[in-house]
Design a protein around this ligand. Structure first.
Ligand SMILES: Nc1ncnc2c1ncn2[C@@H]1O[C@H](COP(=O)(O)OP(=O)(O)O)[C@@H](O)[C@H]1O
Ligand SMILES: [Mg+2]
Length: 310
């Protein structure tokens, strides 16, 4: 795919196997078509959360009045979320366990399509101006543009090289020189090259946890997505490996739009440009990270970041 593309591809004939790109391999790859036409109908606008950092011109991701249900609309796990996410910045989702951070993250690459009874009950999500739930958008193609890194690093039981080359091979790239170049570039991009360059043919499973997570990041960036979603990517790592991944995120921000779920206030404040605080399925406050951590506008945000609940 041309990394210069500024629109989401909508080709529905993409290789089946491409579904594995950016998807944990224990997820069923076949996403059922969405049943709900919520995105086809004009939707009322929800309450707009205001605060410093809200005015974003040409956001990479635009979430508009999104409500989401896991039980066919009986209850909404996410309610009336409106949030613009800027390009090439790190946006952190924080909030107590169960508030819907991962659910919202998974809405951004239609991973929730895999839950049969789930649906968007109101609102829309656009990425690069394209409604990602429109009928002509292929979730497979979407996930090439919107990659995902999971809490539990999940390299394939293959060599380091084959892990990174995986997505490209699925796209039909066979030429060794092209693959070599992409593998090296991606491993450099994931700050792992120097540690593995002499053992590219060794099993990925022999790497340390922190290295395996950076390998998963290399695998994700190899296909040159626009957006990288990270769901608590450091929570299985020790402090040193965490520091490396955090440092890496600040580098990756130059090329990618990053959305990270984290339960660590320190991590959010260290690495993110903007922070969104969620509580019980609602967006309570969204602002620059500096504002959220030094002078939050909503008392609930202050209570959470100062450790009074959650
Ligand atoms: N696949 C699922 N099916 C049904 N309910 C789910 C599913 N995944 C998450 N939930 C529920 O949705 C709510 C939000 O979960 P989640 O998005 O994982 O929260 P967080 O990431 O903030 O901890 C929780 O009540 C959780 O139990
Ligand atoms: Mg979660």
């Amino acid at each position: 795919m041309n990394p210069q593309d500024t629109t989401l591809p909508t080709d529905p004939t993409a290789s089946q196997a491409a579904q594995a790109v950016g998807i944990s391999h224990d997820e069923a790859p076949d996403a059922p078509p969405r049943q709900d036409p919520a995105h086809d109908a004009p939707q009322p606008h929800g309450d707009t959360v205001t605060g410093p950092g809200m005015a974003i011109e040409n956001p990479m991701i635009k979430i508009n009045n999104l409500s989401f249900s896991y039980d066919n609309g009986k209850t909404n796990t996410l309610r009336n979320i409106s949030l613009d996410i800027p390009e090439k910045q790190v946006t952190a989702f924080i909030g107590p366990s169960g508030c819907g951070k991962s659910t919202l993250l998974r809405c951004l690459n239609r991973m929730n399509d895999l839950v049969e009874t789930s649906r968007i009950t109101t609102g829309t999500i656009s990425i690069m101006g394209q409604d990602i739930n429109a009928k002509n958008v292929s979730p497979i193609e979407l996930r090439k543009q919107v990659g995902m890194v999971f809490q539990k690093y999940n390299p394939f039981p293959k060599s380091i090289y084959d892990n990174v080359a995986y997505g490209l091979r699925i796209q039909g790239i066979k030429k060794k020189s092209v693959l070599d170049e992409a593998v090296e570039r991606s491993l450099h991009g994931a700050a792992l090259w120097d540690e593995v360059k002499d053992r590219l043919k060794d099993s990925a499973l022999g790497l340390s946890g922190g290295q395996q997570q950076r390998l998963c990041i290399a695998r994700t960036i190899a296909v040159q997505p626009k957006v990288i979603l990270m769901d608590e990517p450091c929570s299985a790592l020790d402090p040193i490996a965490t520091a490396k991944v955090e440092e890496l995120m600040l580098e990756l921000r130059k090329d990618f739009t990053i959305v990270i779920v984290t339960h660590s206030m320190q991590q959010a404040s260290r690495i993110s440009d903007r922070t969104a605080f969620f509580y019980l399925g609602e967006l309570i406050e969204y602002a620059t990270t500096d504002h959220i951590f030094t002078n939050p506008s909503v008392p609930q945000t202050e209570d959470y970041i100062s450790g009074r609940f959650g």
